[in-house]
Design a protein around this ligand. Structure first.
Ligand SMILES: *Cc1c(COP(=O)(O)O)cnc(C)c1O
Length: 440
């Protein structure tokens, strides 16, 4: 571990970060390249980080933080795991990109497919959004249908036809959640609530035979953690088959996170197409989509569904992904991570219970969600926005004590294999103190 120190409420500063943010606002919209980074849902300017080591990150003011954001999920091994860094260094000196196949494609492709019971072919792209966009096109190409059914509270990247929320009424066409998306695109998307078989049935009765795909985050983790009952996911499998639509599991977060086979393996449900991102690139920009050989052979150059990428399967990114996934296959990796997460959330839950705080920590694998509620939340509309005010305060108090959570109460936290028992004990102590301040 570095010699850097955690801040305390008296030493904590954002002086350099604040200056950099002021400058950044001149160059970049909102000072950032992805909206949540602007810290608009929490207090103060964003913190600029410049170094990561295991589960620790150091900011431009020289303060150390325990990281529970882990770059929004990719860093399941923590920052700079030695085997990944070595592999990247070996690779990068041989050329950063060729725009041709390379041996690195084969290594990671084979590793993923040989260790997944459901998929036979995979195509690499450069982000989760691109993976989802391509999977949607593939589903439309295969089924020769246009409509997509998605769920309120699931995020699938900034794809036009999926930047859509439910309108009023149980089954509706979506309303676009961003300017710049033509009404006609949104008309192809039907939005229903999660965990609601009746709403699903209604939507299917009306649109089932026009559906190219039902797309879901099987572990919805972009709008809180809306853990679904396996029966509901199984119902999606059955209905997709019944109506001749493709079932797409968007596993950009859950893939390689809740197990090597992601949620498909965890719940033992076979989607038709899966999308990956985040962990599969080991911190580099990578996405992928995979399916059976029969479905994937609809993709160009074999089939009529066009999809391409100048930097797709970039060798350096493939090397980072390969080295990362190799670690995940070591026996006991996921069990240890899940156990740590269960233990960590347990300490905090016990404290909240003892104090009677309206707070809980739902979790699965190494994903957890700090939420100011004790209800079992499985749909987006069950989240009380009032809880976000508490989160805002807790975020700041935790920061001042060296614990970094993603800057929004709708974001989940991640634990990496680099988080030790000592680190987690420290963090649980901080979180408990902060809960006392915020709720006491
Ligand atoms: C992060 C995420 C995406 C988008 O991935 P990007 O790499 O940010 O484009 C899509 N779907 C899910 C489920 C995600 O978590």
């Amino acid at each position: 571990m570095s010699t850097k120190k955690y801040p305390t409420p008296t030493t904590f500063t954002r002086e350099t970060s604040a200056k950099m943010f002021e400058e950044a606002k001149n160059y970049f919209p909102g000072g950032v390249h992805s909206p949540v980074r602007a810290f608009r849902s929490v207090q103060g300017p964003p913190i600029f980080f410049e170094k990561g080591e295991g589960c620790h990150i150091t900011d431009v003011d020289g303060q150390m933080f325990l990281d529970f954001c882990c770059s929004w999920g990719p860093l399941i091994l923590g920052h700079c795991p030695p085997t990944v860094i070595e592999r990247v260094q070996e690779t990068v000196v041989n050329g950063m990109s060729f725009g041709t196949p390379t041996p690195h494609d084969l290594l990671i492709g084979k590793l993923v497919l040989e260790n997944h019971r459901y998929f036979e072919m995979i195509r690499f792209v450069s982000s989760g959004t691109e993976a989802v966009m391509s999977a949607i096109r593939l589903a439309r190409g295969v089924t020769k249908r246009n409509k997509i059914l998605k769920f309120e509270g699931c995020y699938h990247g900034h794809v036009d036809s999926l930047m859509v929320k439910a309108g009023s009424g149980l089954v509706t066409f979506g309303i676009s959640t961003s300017a710049g998306i033509p009404e006609s695109f949104v008309k192809e998307t039907i939005v229903v609530p999660l965990a609601d078989p009746e709403a699903l049935e209604l939507a299917l009765r009306e649109h089932g035979h026009d559906l190219a795909a039902i797309i879901v985050e099987p572990v919805p983790a972009n709008n809180g953690l809306l853990l679904q009952d396996r029966n509901f996911l199984q119902l999606l499998r059955e209905k997709a088959t019944e109506y001749g639509a493709m079932l797409i599991f968007d596993e950009v977060i859950s893939g390689f996170r809740v197990g090597f086979e992601g949620a498909a393996g965890y719940y033992d449900i076979r989607p038709d197409i899966v999308t990956y991102g985040k962990i599969i690139g080991g911190g580099m920009p990578v996405g992928a989509y995979a399916a059976s050989k029969e479905i994937m052979e609809n993709v160009a150059p074999v089939g009529p569904v066009y999809q391409a990428g100048t930097l797709s399967a970039n060798p350096v990114a493939m090397a980072a992904g390969f080295a990362t996934l190799t670690e995940l296959l070591k026996p006991g990796f996921y069990e240890a991570l899940a156990e740590k997460t269960h233990w960590f959330t347990g300490i905090i839950q016990e404290h909240a219970d003892r104090k009677g705080f309206n707070f809980s920590m739902p979790h699965i694998g190494s994903i957890f969600w700090p939420v100011f509620s004790r209800e079992h939340i499985e749909r987006a509309d069950q989240i009380d926005p009032a809880g976000m005010e508490y989160f805002k305060k807790m975020h700041l108090e935790c920061l001042k004590r060296g614990v970094y959570f993603g800057p929004s109460g709708y974001e989940v936290g991640f634990i990496s294999s680099a988080h030790t028992q000592n680190d987690l004990e420290f963090a649980a102590g901080v979180v408990n103190d902060c809960l006392d301040i915020v709720m006491g």
